[in-house]
Every structure is written in structure tokens, then in C-alpha cells.
Design a protein around this ligand. Structure first.
Ligand code: RUQ
Ligand code: CUA
Ligand code: CA
Length: 641
């Protein structure tokens, strides 16, 4: 088994034949939590569960033409989370050409994100963290359709949520949530528009988490959070029983739902798998707002964010707990607006919660929480996430089986109600161990069922070997016809959890910056206090041991090519790129000082550092801008203290 790569040579073309040996190996070992639970059935059940595997066309077969010729533009923008790289990556779909990387929670050597004063203002106190763990990118809505204004994304590692402006593809707000740990599931209000960003704090902690109740897990809890999407202020938090994993919001604006895999409130792995059922928490947004308005809340520590008690023991009618099988994971709202669909993970099922029944649930008209379950179809081993084609079909990733399962929602409901109808349409092998999947426009009411991506956690043998650390493998699948076909493999670096794909006409970008852009407004205001006109002045201002160097850049010249400071001075270099030509970006890098930044056309950017070494230090433009780009340099002369 340890020599698995050799005795289990790949012989198939993409997506063609099932390799039972490798499947079995992964089923038994890849899913830690499943080892003692689903692992056993995973090995035994493989044959039976792949019965409907149809013959598939090879990637060079008769699939759609996804070749986007040189000079042609893609049909869709795809935004991929960068996982624990902390960034967002932008692809053209279907070419899968990587168009851009947007630094968000990470620091970026190229653009200076995390180093420039403008990015530090966005990152706030948390700029001291150089890592992030970005999972769930989602694009703002108006009336259930993407409006292309913003992308929001979570940072599990440092409990943050960020907003990215899609007119300039820059992060413009980052908020650290108080009173909670590890933001994981994140979704946006879809209707009437994205007023709220909702997000789950995954881990349960004592409150306040100041050293009390360290080892009394019965006192731990976590919270569901709402952020104002326009101001990025945390509006309220809701205490829940159990923990919180993934979530989604509905298409009425009234409800959101989240999965909980740790209803046991355990702190060890075995404990988290003890119960046969955990639950989906349903949140009633109006009732939460009412509780806040009526003053039915508390606050924690020095945070003034209203905290509403949504535990079963409280009586505010803000939550309901719908029991679902064992350790559910993904929760995805169907694009017809009918269902919250929770994936079972340690159960081979997904649970369809009928959103139309939630009014009755909260009104107390149902005798049992389970009455909102419309169906619980059996999908395969290790269901994690579900996406949609807008034609009534759902596509669920099954991690242990390494498949995408296409099934029909209506048929599943009829089957649940006793009709003898098969709901599984196709099971397609993917390579290997899929987590999220995502189809074009499938988080909006405009789902068009064209391409589906399976974000696979393992690539194994799919690429040239690069040593022990492998890339992930994001596979493109054509879902436009009756049969799913794997049509492209894209290696991705650690680790896209999720993606969102929208039409290119749903985004409109600026070609160059506008001079009054808020992104650098504070820098412009500070220059004004120094009496500087950034667009014309090249000047050095001394203020005690602070030195402020203002310059323009016009290819291939820096406005200031020499300045003198004293050893120990704090130097701020502010550059305004006066070029107006599209794509003519300059850079600024001070050799030996860990200082580098991007200055795009009409942008002002600034960076602060200490001139701690006497001598001559060259700075240069590090964005190739002109035939004389190499010559675009200057010197900082540092006099010894
Ligand atoms: S999670 S692989 Cu972070 Cu979205 Cu499910
Ligand atoms: Cu300016 Cu290179
Ligand atoms: Ca559990």
C-alpha cells in the first residue's frame, strides 16, 4: 500500500475507467473521521455504489469546445478561494487561464499587500498575521442574481471576513469577529439584496474566553454572525447549541440554515461522532432582528455587538434545530429556492429541507422538526457538497467514493413519499476525493447548467510529480447534456475549498484608477496636510525623524531619483503613477529593506520603513513598464547616525 503510486499505475484517460485498487486505498485511509464509521462500508460498498457508472468520452472526445483561442475572452469569471494560501484566484472559465490573484488575508510580495499603508489600513490590527485560511468566496446579490459589486470571503485561521471590490479586484474591508473562533461557513443574503453577510464560527469556546472555564466544555458555545455588507460592521451574533460548519441563505430573505457536526459538544474526535444524528440549525432573520430591536440581547466582554440567545433552552423563536444524520457538512440552497440541502458526510444521504414549510415550523404548527424534511435520498459514501444546474438536478460530491453524483430533486421527493422512482441519474468518477463542487451561476437563480467544477482534494498521479506535496485537482465537467463528462484538469495550490462562477457581463471593472478612489483617499488626505499636490509634486518633507518622500512616476522616470535621510529615520515613500495608459503599472522596491509595492495607472500607493542601514541603497521599479524599465531607479543615501 505504501508503494501505491507504483503498483497502481494510472491507465485511464480522464474520467474513463474506475480503478478499484486506488479507490479502495483511498476509501480506507483518506477520511480520518470515517475510518471507524463509514470506512468499513466504504471498502465493501464500492462495487455496488458504482453500478450506474456509464461509459464516458475521453477529454479529447466529443465534449464542448472549451478552447479559448489566443486573444479571445472567456465567457465566465471564476473566483476560487486560495484556502490556507489566504488569497483569491481568478480564472477565466472555460479556458481555466489564471487571470489574477487577489491577496486578501495573505501578504503579497508583488503587489505589496500587507506592506503598503493602504493595505495595512484595510487589514487593521490583523495585518500582523501573514496567514489566512480562505474557504468560501461569494458574490453579492440583488434580487437573487449576482450584481458583481463585491466578493466576500472568510478566514478560518484568524476569524476574519473580507470584502473584495470587483471594480478594481482589491480587498477593501477586513473585519475580525469578536467573541468567536474560526469563521468557516459564509453566505450572503440573496434577497432583496445583500444587506447581510452571514457566517459561522466553527469552534465552541468559553465566554468570555479570558481564562475561565478552560476545561469545562459544558460551558462552551459558539455563534452565528451577521455583518452589515455595506459598512462591514458586525450587526449581531446568535448563540447556538452545538457547533457550526457550513451554511446558506434562502431566496426569500427570511431564512438561513447551517450544519452542525458536533451536537455532542465534544472536544475529541470520537465524541464528535457519538450521536447518530446531529442537526441543521435554521435561523429566522426577522425574529433575530426583532429580538435585537426589543433589547432581548446581551453583550460579551468589551464588545458591544448584540448577542441573541438561540439555544434550545432560550425562548426567542429565532432558531429551530432539525435533526439530520451524522456529522453533516455542506449546506446548499437549491436554485429553485425550494430546499436547503445538507450533505450527510458520515451518512450516505443528503437531507432536503423544504423552505416553504419553515413558516409553519416557526409558528409552531408542526409536531416535529423532522416534518420539514422533504426527502433524504441516498447518494453515496461521504457526501460533502451539492450544486445545481437550474433544470431540477442536483450534483453532490461524495468524498469517499470519489464521485460526483447527479440526481433529480423531484424524483428524490417522490421516492421519499413512497413512489417507486429512481432519482440517481449518473455517478461520475473524479480524481480524487472531491470536496466542494460548483456549477456556473449555481449560487443564484440564474443557474445555467453548463460547466461544473469538482474541487478534488487529492491529485495523486494526474500531474508530473513534484515531490511529496501534491497540488489539488480541480476538474471541469460538462453538464450541459444528459451525461456528465470530465473535460479538463486544473492543478491548484493549497487549497481551493470553494469557487463561484458568474457571467463576464455581471462584472464591470475599471481600466485605470480614478484619482478620487477611496482606496487611497486617506493617503491623499495626509499628503494634503503636508501641502503636497500628489499629481505634480516631487518633494521630500522632514518631520523630526520621520521623512516623507512624495513622487510621481511616469515611465520610465521616478519623480525623485535621490533622497538623503539619517540612519534610524522612519521613511514613507508615496508614489502617484501619472501614466494613464491601461496596463502601465509601475513598482517600487527598496533593495535590502523588505519593501515592495504596485502602483497602477493613476493610483497613489505608499509604504513606510526604517532606514536602519547607513550607505547607498538603490530603489527600482519592479513592474516592467518601458524599454528603459531597468533604468527606472533611484538612490536613498543614508547618513550614519
Ligand atoms: S468546507 S470540503 Cu471549508 Cu467549504 Cu467543505
Ligand atoms: Cu516603471 Cu518599470
Ligand atoms: Ca456528530
Amino acid at each position: 500500500m505504501s508503494d501505491q503510486h507504483h503498483d497502481d499505475k494510472p491507465t485511464e484517460v480522464p474520467g474513463a475507467t474506475v480503478n478499484q485498487g486506488r479507490r479502495r486505498f483511498l476509501a480506507g485511509s483518506a477520511m480520518v473521521g470515517a475510518a471507524g464509521v463509514a470506512g468499513a462500508t466504504g471498502v465493501a460498498g464500492v462495487g455496488a455504489l458504482t453500478r450506474s457508472q456509464p461509459a464516458q468520452a475521453a477529454s479529447n472526445g466529443n465534449g464542448p469546445d472549451i478552447h479559448v483561442a489566443p486573444g479571445e475572452l472567456d465567457e465566465y469569471y471564476g473566483f476560487w478561494s486560495g484556502g490556507h494560501s489566504g488569497e483569491v484566484r481568478v480564472y477565466g472559465v472555460p479556458s481555466m487561464r489564471e487571470i489574477m490573484r487577489i491577496p486578501v488575508f495573505n501578504h503579497c510580495s508583488a503587489s505589496g499587500w500587507g506592506m503598503t499603508n493602504e493595505s495595512k489600513r484595510v487589514l487593521g490590527d490583523s495585518h500582523r498575521f501573514t496567514n489566512g485560511d480562505a474557504h468560501h468566496p461569494h458574490i453579492s446579490y440583488t434580487d437573487g442574481s449576482h450584481d458583481g459589486r463585491y466578493l466576500f470571503i472568510n478566514d478560518k485561521a484568524n476569524t476574519r471576513v473580507a470584502r473584495v471590490r470587483l471594480d478594481v479586484f482589491k480587498t477593501d474591508k477586513v473585519v475580525t469577529l469578536p467573541n468567536v473562533q474560526a469563521i468557516h461557513g459564509l453566505r450572503l443574503q440573496k434577497v432583496p439584496r445583500t444587506n447581510y453577510v452571514f457566517c459561522n464560527a466553527e469552534y465552541m469556546i468559553p465566554q468570555p474566553n479570558d481564562g475561565r472555564d478552560l476545561n469545562d466544555p459544558s460551558k462552551y458555545y459558539t455563534m452565528w454572525n451577521a455583518i452589515d455588507a455595506d459598512t462591514m460592521e458586525v450587526k449581531w451574533q446568535v448563540i447556538v447549541d452545538g457547533n457550526l460548519d457550513n451554511m446558506d441563505a434562502d431566496y426569500t430573505g427570511k431564512y438561513a440554515a447551517a450544519t452542525c457536526y458536533n451536537s455532542e459538544g465534544a472536544v475529541d474526535l470520537a465524541g464528535k461522532m457519538r450521536a447518530d444524528r446531529d442537526w441543521v440549525v435554521v435561523f429566522n432573520i426577522e425574529n433575530i432582528e426583532k429580538a435585537v430591536a426589543d433589547g432581548n440581547f446581551t453583550t460579551i466582554g468589551d464588545s458591544d455587538v448584540p448577542v441573541v440567545d438561540g439555544r434550545k433552552s432560550a425562548d426567542l423563536n429565532v432558531t429551530r434545530y432539525v435533526p439530520v444524520p451524522k456529522n453533516p457538512h455542506g449546506l446548499n440552497t437549491s436554485t429553485d429556492g425550494k430546499y436547503f440541502i445538507a450533505a450527510g458526510k458520515l451518512s450516505p444521504t443528503v437531507t432536503m429541507i423544504e423552505i416553504a414549510k419553515l413558516d409553519d415550523l416557526f409558528a409552531g404548527n408542526l409536531s416535529d422538526e423532522r416534518d420539514v424534511v422533504a426527502a433524504e435520498p441516498e447518494i453515496g459514501l461521504g457526501p460533502l457538497h451539492t450544486t445545481y444546474d437550474g433544470r431540477g438536478n442536483a450534483y453532490t460530491t461524495v468524498f469517499i467514493d470519489s464521485q460526483i453524483v447527479k440526481w433529480n430533486m423531484d424524483a428524490a421527493v417522490r421516492n421519499y413519499n413512497g413512489e417507486d422512482v429512481d432519482y440517481i441519474i449518473q455517478k461520475l468518477d473524479v480524481h480524487y476525493q472531491p470536496g466542494h463542487n460548483h456549477a456556473t451561476l449555481s449560487e443564484s437563480k440564474d443557474a445555467d447548467g453548463k460547466y461544473l467544477f469538482s474541487l478534488n482534494k487529492f491529485s495523486k498521479d494526474r500531474y508530473l510529480p513534484v515531490g511529496p506535496l501534491h497540488p489539488e485537482n480541480d476538474q471541469m465537467i460538462d453538464i450541459s447534456g444528459d451525461e456528465m463528462k470530465v473535460i479538463h484538469d486544473t492543478p491548484t495550490f493549497a487549497e481551493p475549498h470553494d469557487a463561484v462562477i458568474i457571467r463576464r457581463d455581471q462584472i464591470s471593472t475599471k481600466q485605470i484608477w480614478e484619482r478620487d478612489d477611496p482606496f487611497f483617499a486617506e493617503t491623499v488626505a495626509m499628503a494634503k496636510e503636508d501641502g503636497i499636490n500628489l499629481e505634480t509634486d516631487n518633494q521630500v518633507i522632514r518631520d523630526g525623524n520621520k521623512v516623507r518622500v512624495y513622487m510621481t512616476s511616469v515611465a520610465p522616470n521616478f519623480g525623485v531619483t535621490e533622497f538623503t535621510v539619517k540612519q534610524g529615520d522612519e521613511v514613507t515613500v508615496t508614489i502617484t503613477n501619472m501614466d494613464k495608459v491601461e496596463d502601465l503599472t509601475h513598482g517600487f522596491c527598496m533593495v535590502g529593506h523588505g519593501v515592495s509595492m504596485e502602483i497602477s495607472p493613476q493610483q497613489t500607493a505608499s509604504i513606510t520603513f526604517t532606514a536602519d542601514k547607513p550607505g547607498v541603497h538603490w530603489y527600482y521599479c519592479n513592474w516592467f513598464c518601458h524599454a528603459l524599465h531597468m533604468e527606472m531607479t533611484g538612490r536613498m543615501l543614508v547618513e550614519p547616525a
